[in-house]
Ligand binder design. Structure first.
Ligand code: SAM
Ligand code: DTB
Ligand code: SF4
Length: 331
């Protein structure tokens, strides 16, 4: 069968028809496309580290790190370069090939904290890890500096549809988000952008979010799909948990629409059975975060994930395999 093409001309009807298929038909199609572009038994293991926690001025309704909500997270200053290198060394020893540093900032500022982050990027990149940063809004110039320091990817999630965005966040708008993604592309840093399900959005919002990403001239090289981790003290504290079927549906649709991208099964795995996670891998997820903490919330333990990999016969993906991928449309 002919290999599926990479397209940026998706419309709502196309995306909706894919998303609304019976689940097993959807997973079958996603799995077939997954095999055209990826090794089906290879899953990248990534580690997150919050290098600057809490005290954020933004009002993202899901986030435990927003200063205005009363959550268990207390604000901390930027970690030292040594602390970050120690964490990255541990992550590498535990099998991670990608290391993502998160900061609870609205935007990157040109100050000494940023100089320190550049040094962190440089040292972690010298260890052979793919370095990803998620530091809020950033200019092209700042991204160029991070690129020169060794940054491989910048994570900046669109989170949901443009229509629903204002229900979740009021301190910035969708265009701000898209601008940073554009700056990332222009600085030649790979894009990591996805979203969260379970915030009260409709199926239409989920489809529109994937359309925003899949209609970019070049698809994001990396698409994290998160289930909301509902946090006491945030406006979304009482959201009903998403079912695993919804994660599978979202992952499969992302895989079909963005065949060459890494689709990352991100937050929410503590609530998923091994069987449900296996179905996510079948549907095209090829990355997880490992270690018992995401940024501030719990994640399955290393031991549980080793068991999962062993039961399913999965093996970790080496760093920098993205060079082989091309997320641009084929004609
Ligand atoms: N401050 C930066 C920003 O917002 O871009 C970077 C860090 S922020 C914590 C990174 C991403 O984590 C958010 O865009 C959101 O998608 C995800 N996130 C935050 N809190 C979450 C939660 N409670 N459940 C699921 N995902 C969450
Ligand atoms: C992404 O999409 N998910 C990760 C990463 N990008 C930065 C973060 C999930 C955070 C979950 C909430 C927390 O641990 O604070
Ligand atoms: Fe949380 Fe990032 Fe929003 Fe700040 S900008 S509240 S850290 S998601």
């Amino acid at each position: 069968m002919e290999i599926s093409k990479i397209r940026s001309d998706w419309n709502f009807e196309d995306a909706s028809a894919i998303y609304n298929q019976p689940l097993l038909t959807l997973v079958y199609e996603a799995s077939r496309i997954h095999r055209d572009y990826h090794e089906p038994n290879e899953v990248q293991v990534c580690t997150l580290l919050s290098v600057k926690t809490g005290g954020c001025p933004e009002d993202c309704g899901y986030c435990p790190q927003a200063a205005r909500y009363h959550t268990d997270v207390s604000a901390q200053n930027l970690l030292s370069v040594d602390e970050v290198v120690t964490a990255a060394t541990r992550a590498k020893q535990a099998g991670s090939t990608r290391f993502c540093m998160g900061a609870a900032w609205r935007e990157v500022k040109d100050n000494t904290d940023f100089d320190n982050v550049l040094e962190m990027i440089s040292q972690v990149s010298d260890m052979g890890l793919e370095v990803c940063g998620t530091l809020g809004m950033a200019t092209e110039n700042q991204l160029q500096k991070m690129k020169a320091a060794g940054l491989h990817a910048y994570n900046h999630n669109v989170d949901t549809s443009e229509d629903f965005y204002g229900d979740i966040i009021s301190t910035r708008n969708y265009d701000d988000r898209l601008e940073t993604l554009n700056n990332t592309r222009n600085a030649n840093v790979t894009i990591c952008s996805g979203g969260i399900i379970g915030m009260g959005e409709s199926d239409m919002d989920r489809i529109k979010m994937l359309l925003t990403l899949a209609r970019l001239d070049k698809h994001p090289e990396s698409v994290p799909i998160n289930a909301l981790v509902s946090i006491e003290g945030t406006p979304l504290e009482n959201q009903a948990p998403v079912s695993s079927w919804e994660m599978v549906r979202m992952i499969a649709t992302a895989r079909i629409m963005m065949p060459a991208s890494m689709v990352r099964l991100s937050a929410g795995r503590t609530e998923m059975s091994p069987e449900a996670q296996a179905l996510c891998f079948m549907a095209g997820a090829n990355s997880i975060f490992s270690g018992d903490k995401l940024l501030t919330t719990p994640n399955p333990s290393l031991g549980e994930d080793e068991q999962l990999f062993s039961d399913l016969g999965l093996y970790p993906r080496p760093a920098y395999r993205t060079e082989k991928m091309n997320c641009s449309p084929t004609n």
